[in-house]
Design a protein around this ligand. Structure first.
Ligand SMILES: [Zn+2]
Ligand SMILES: [Zn+2]
Length: 361
């Protein structure tokens, strides 16, 4: 009779890590998925499995070591008649962890319904479209039912066949005294059927990538990074789970004229020195393409923000609009006529202001 250590090819003093590594390597090599129809490999896999069940878990191993070779050997037909079912390749470790919470033998494991993934798709908008809103189309790649095999995963003309390991039950049960341990069948991964001839389109997955197009209403007032949710238009769910959502994420072209500041829009308004000094009424463009009159107060300094209510960007929530902020931009002439020069020189002569007094004090 071989001991679990001999079966796994490790010394009795091996660390848990070394045992795990040896087990993974062997389990991969002899897994029924890799060796279809090979009875010897299957026996070997069961043997490896049984050995790991015993020494792969630190607590179990302590008990085993204390007992000596208490199970009476792990060879094929030995008392430790472990099934190949207690593991699937995706899930090593903690193999006996499910002992007490385990299902009763015969209970059919159902794959748990899973919600599909949320997807994101960007959409580019002009500044004007972002202000007005529009309806547009987005294209997104999603996993969809394969059109060749209609989701079965089997090549047309063939059908999935009954799993030879679990005979269609999808689960393998091992009775141990009072307890019955059952695990999803490793050959068919709980499906109860196996695909002998995989579909040539999807390779047996039953799904394929497909481009789907959706119409999306972009509300007025979006800015770069606004997310619009299309419920249920994401990846399809698994095992009857709901589909995920699709998020359309807006990317708005900047405007040469207007700068977004939340729901407000800032626009630079050039103002001459006499207008700023004396005060004036000037015209300001609105984002809608119109104009509004703006009173610039006497003594307005460069950079002063003048608020024009309700002429900003539409508010996404709650309606209404933000404000238009006119920023005074003092315009200095680059060329002067003779008359202008004389007037400015006169202004300088009579000016009593020293704007740098505070700076130099
Ligand atoms: Zn297919
Ligand atoms: Zn099976």
């Amino acid at each position: 009779m071989k001991t679990p250590y001999e079966i796994l090819g490790v010394p009795k003093t091996a660390s848990q890590d070394e045992i795990k590594k040896a087990y993974r390597k062997l389990a991969r090599e002899y897994h029924p998925d890799r060796n279809p129809g090979d009875a010897a490999a299957e026996e070997r896999f069961k043997e490896i499995q049984g050995a790991y069940d015993t020494v792969g878990d630190e607590e179990e191993r302590k008990e085993y070591d204390a007992r000596g070779n208490g199970f009476g050997g792990f060879g094929p037909g030995g008392a430790g008649n472990f099934s190949a079912a207690d593991v699937n390749l995706g899930d090593f470790g903690d193999l006996l962890g499910g002992l007490f919470g385990g299902r009763r033998a015969g209970a059919q494991p159902r794959p748990r319904p899973q919600r599909g993934a949320d997807l994101e798709v960007p959409v580019k908008l002009s500044f004007e479209d972002a202000l007005h809103g529009l309806e547009t189309k987005v294209a997104v790649e999603v996993d969809a039912t394969c059109r060749t095999c209609h989701g079965s995963g089997a090549e047309p003309g063939t059908a999935p066949t009954l799993c030879p390991v679990c005979h269609g039950r999808g689960v393998l049960a091992e009775s141990q005294g009072l307890f019955a341990i059952s695990q999803p069948c490793p050959r068919c991964r709980g499906n109860g059927t196996v695909i002998e001839t995989p579909c040539h389109t999807c390779g047996g997955a039953g799904t394929e990538r497909r481009t789907r197009r959706f119409s999306v209403k972009i509300p007025a007032g979006v800015k770069t990074g606004t997310r619009i949710r299309l419920k249920g238009k994401g990846s399809p769910g698994e095992a009857g789970g709901p589909a995920g959502d699709l998020y359309v994420v807006t990317e708005v072209d900047p405007s040469k004229r207007f700068h977004r500041r939340g729901e407000d829009l800032v626009v630079d308004v050039p103002v001459t020195y006499p207008e700023a000094a004396l005060g004036a009424t000037v015209e300001v463009p609105t984002p809608e393409g119109g104009r509004v009159s703006l009173k610039v107060p006497a003594g307005a300094h460069d950079g002063k923000l003048l608020r024009i209510r309700g002429q900003g960007a539409p508010k996404l929530k709650g309606g209404g609009r933000g404000d238009l902020l006119a920023r005074v931009k003092l315009s200095v002439p680059s060329k002067l006529s003779k008359k202008e020069r004389e007037a400015i020189e006169e202004l300088q002569r009579v000016s009593h202001e020293d704007p740098r007094q505070e700076l130099l004090s």
